[in-house]
Ligand binder design. Structure first.
Ligand SMILES: Cc1ncc(C[n+]2csc(CCOP(=O)(O)OP(=O)(O)O)c2C)c(N)n1
Ligand SMILES: [Mg+2]
Length: 263
């Protein structure tokens, strides 16, 4: 009998990146930069950290759903054939999916709301006496939404140590560099002021992400904030140079070359 080796987290991340490119290739467009940049974080979350049917993941940044769809593909939730209908009319593989789409807790699209919902879930889990942990991904652009800070204030006030906020610190948003549109720094200091245990993470390093998740589980009596530096387009050199490109629309040969570069 031959044993089937479990893929490493590096292999998981690589496969997420490949799926992201194949999904975008279907219609020739999509949030490829985000999908590639966040692949290492999602590999760690979905293949190491999250406990099935216990922990919850709330995607506040709806348009980064492409990464989650790609991770769910490796969990057997979605076939690649269906994922390649990403963004097409009638497909449930929407660029910003609705609550009820398998694997998605909330409706995406209107940014800045997910952390409030995650705070409610974390409070609810605690009231029920469960040891569930709630993880929420919000973006640097979403920090410009006042509601995000209201949610931070509530999380700090209620000492929600079952809540982890990831800030996708890719330093871009739809209209350019976040620092130019409206600076959100210093994020670690701001989260700390709202009562979080907060630190920066290199979210393109599997080791750094795993160490940060270990650190987060050790924090007691306050929520955690992990500010996740990542490079949009990571792993595909010709896309890394689009570091400030929020949405990529390109002819088929560009996607074919990107897949070759990824290897
Ligand atoms: C409430 C709300 N305001 C504005 C928008 C329009 N919008 C879509 S994406 C985006 C940029 C958000 O920043 P970020 O998530 O950091 O972008 P990325 O890093 O993915 O480029 C904006 C403002 C929206 N979807 N929802
Ligand atoms: Mg951003």
């Amino acid at each position: 009998m031959s044993a089937v080796a479990t893929p490493s987290l590096t292999e998981r991340a690589h496969e997420i990146r490949r799926t992201v490119l194949l999904m975008c290739r279907g219609r020739g467009q999509g949030y490829a930069g985000q999908g590639l940049g966040l692949a290492d974080l999602f590999a760690c979350l979905y293949f190491s950290e999250l406990r099935a049917s216990v922990d919850r993941f709330v995607l506040s940044t709806g348009h980064s759903a492409i990464t989650l769809f790609a991770a769910l593909h490796q969990q057997g939730v979605y076939e690649l054939e269906e994922l390649c209908t990403y963004g097409m009319d009638g497909s449930r593989i929407e660029e910003s999916p609705l609550e009820g789409t398998p694997g998605f807790e909330i409706t995406g699209g209107s940014l800045g709301q997910g952390l409030s919902q995650a705070v409610g879930m974390a409070l609810g889990e605690r009231l029920r006496g469960r040891d569930s942990r709630v993880y929420c991904l919000a973006s640097d652009g979403e920090l410009q939404e006042g509601q995000t800070w209201e949610a931070c204030m509530a999380a700090g006030h209620h000492k929600l140590d079952n809540l982890v906020l990831f800030v996708d610190d890719n330093r871009m948003q739809a209209d350019g560099a976040t620092a130019d549109v409206m600076n959100v720094e210093p994020v670690v200091d701001k989260l700390s002021a709202f009562g979080f245990a907060a630190r920066r993470v290199d979210a393109n390093s599997i080791d750094d992400v795993l160490a940060a998740l270990d650190w987060a589980r050790e924090q007691k009596g306050r929520p955690c904030g992990l500010v996740c530096s990542n490079l949009p387009g990571k792993g595909v050199p010709s896309f890394e140079v689009y570091a400030k490109v929020h949405y990529i629309r390109a002819p088929d040969d560009v996607w074919a070359r990107a897949l070759e570069e990824l290897g």
